[in-house]
Design a protein. Structure first.
Length: 177
């Protein structure tokens, strides 16, 4: 009887581990991308009015397949109407969710702000990221970057699932006794 109980506990732990494996193999977006683009009225504090397409300055991680100079679709943003998509390139897109700093004038005669948002791409989980924006009156250029949050390692999720399974088995064993 004790062997049957041990096998049953092991089976439950294995099923929970396999279930958690599906969660652990999720693919969050990781890396960073830097983009520049022309803007109208670089001192506007109510939103960003892009004056056409931008281009990639550099990229790392999952964005590394997007080479410098690649054209980027830019979308105007009104701060009072967030969330809103800001850019799309190489199958990736970034939507601003909320500002994390006030929009303020900067030393280049433009504005600066930081924001949080969501990166999306086919084959990846939606991923939280940060967005840093700086504009300049020199040529009406905006430079900004999007960086993803560092995801928890999959092993932590597996360990958590195993601990939950062991705890559930111990509780059953205690209740049976």
């Amino acid at each position: 009887m004790k062997l049957f109980q041990t096998l049953k506990t092991a089976a439950i732990a294995a099923v929970m581990g396999i279930a958690m494996l599906g969660v652990a193999t999720a693919a969050p977006i990781s890396g960073a991308i830097s983009i520049s683009g022309p803007i109208n009225n670089p001192t506007n504090t109510t939103g960003v009015d892009f004056a056409g397409q931008g281009f990639v300055n550099g990229s790392t991680g999952d964005f590394s397949g997007i080479t410098a100079g690649t054209l980027v679709d830019l979308f105007d943003v009104t701060f009072a109407a967030l969330p809103g998509t800001v850019w799309e390139v190489g199958g990736f897109s970034f939507a601003l969710d909320f500002l994390t700093s006030a929009v303020s004038p900067n030393a280049e005669g433009g504005i600066s702000f930081s924001a949080s948002g969501t990166l999306t791409a086919a084959g990846f989980d939606d991923t939280s990221g940060s967005f840093v924006f700086n504009s300049s009156t020199l040529g009406g250029i905006a430079n900004f970057s999007s960086v993803t949050a560092v995801p928890l390692p999959a092993s932590i999720l597996l360990l958590g699932g195993a601990l939950v399974g062991i705890g559930a088995a111990a509780r059953r064993r205690k209740n049976a006794a």
